[in-house]
Design a protein around this ligand. Structure first.
Ligand code: NAG
Ligand code: NAG
Ligand code: NAG
Length: 282
């Protein structure tokens, strides 16, 4: 596993795929972002940006006023104490009155997260204070515990502040792409049988490249107004149909998520900083 260029170690490469491909800079053949468009500012009020040293690093979404859901790999080799969560943003680098900025009290990584296989690539971020909900900051719901799996072809949307080109250009504002669920069997074949059961894949739905890119990691895949996936990994080239985009399948983790939120919300008083599984020890 190698980080992509620029230290944004968000999208991990499958080693076998990397070996099959000629060596070129990541994503250098995809002409554009992955077929997205800028959304109306603040129309996705659940979107969170996780930043380190003032640089956007990963996405996530607001689940409860104190809780953001993101991808576990975003916090490998990172000290969460130095990270910030920004809510209510559209153009990250501008000063927007709607932005709310939080410290991270704890990162609770799924105990079965495996960096090499990307299994259980999910974590909860506990914010150091409560988000104030309003027009620009809101919650996104999880799928139901007993939700039927999404059918292949089902329409979904993925949003993020990730690169919009292979030249690591930042987007003008929050971007979103419409994608379609790809059957796990087909996706698993494309990935040479490396996928686990709690994963979800998407494809563009037509001949254009469309999907996520570096620094979109952790952001939600929204289908039927619920967060069905979390951006986990893709291939060397953003939007390349040969290595379909892979997400953590959120419905498989709903019980774990609510257990963590309830257990920790019951604890009274200030929460210990070191509680949970600190990021970076995996
Ligand atoms: C934001 O601005 C800073 C300082 O001008 C720059 O270093 C950084 O790359 C910019 N980030 C984005 C996402 O444009
Ligand atoms: C939370 O963290 C942010 C960023 O480090 C800081 O500015 C803010 O004062 C903290 N709030 C509380 C209530 O500790
Ligand atoms: C993917 O394929 C491999 C090899 O055939 C298999 O072991 C694995 O269970 C498959 N994964 C899923 C989610 O079906």
């Amino acid at each position: 596993m190698r980080p992509r260029a620029g230290g944004r170690d968000c999208l991990l490469l499958a080693v076998t795929t990397a070996l099959m491909l000629p060596t070129r800079p990541p994503g250098s053949w995809a002409a554009h972002i992955i077929g997205g468009h800028e959304v109306t500012p603040h129309s996705r009020p659940y979107m969170a940006s996780v930043s380190f040293q003032g640089q956007h690093h990963c996405g996530g979404f607001l689940l409860q006023a104190h809780w953001v859901l993101s991808a576990a790999h975003c916090f490998r080799d990172r000290d969460p104490k130095t990270g910030l969560v920004v809510l209510g943003a559209h153009a990250l680098n501008t000063s927007e009155a709607t932005q709310q900025v939080f410290g991270i009290s704890a990162v609770i990584t799924h105990p079965e997260y495996q960096p090499t296989t990307h299994a259980s690539d999910i974590c909860l971020l506990q914010l150091n204070s409560s988000a104030i909900l309003g027009p620009a900051v809101g919650l996104l719901r999880l799928p139901r515990r007993d939700a039927r799996p999404l059918k292949a072809g089902a329409p979904c949307k993925v949003a993020g502040w990730g690169f919009v080109s292979d030249f690591e250009e930042s987007p003008p504002g929050l971007m979103e792409a419409e994608v379609r669920v790809l059957g796990l069997d087909i996706c698993n074949s494309s990935w040479k049988g490396q996928l686990g059961p709690a994963m979800l894949c998407t494809r563009s739905g037509d001949r254009r490249r469309r999907g996520f890119c570096s620094a979109d990691s952790g952001g939600p895949l929204v289908c039927r107004n619920r967060a069905h996936g979390l951006v986990s990994f893709s291939g060397l080239w953003c939007g390349d149909p040969k290595t379909p985009d892979v997400y953590t399948q959120v419905s498989a983790f709903v019980t774990w998520i609510w257990d963590v939120v309830q257990r920790r919300s019951l604890q009274s008083g200030p929460l210990p900083r070191t509680a949970g599984i600190p990021a970076g020890i995996a």
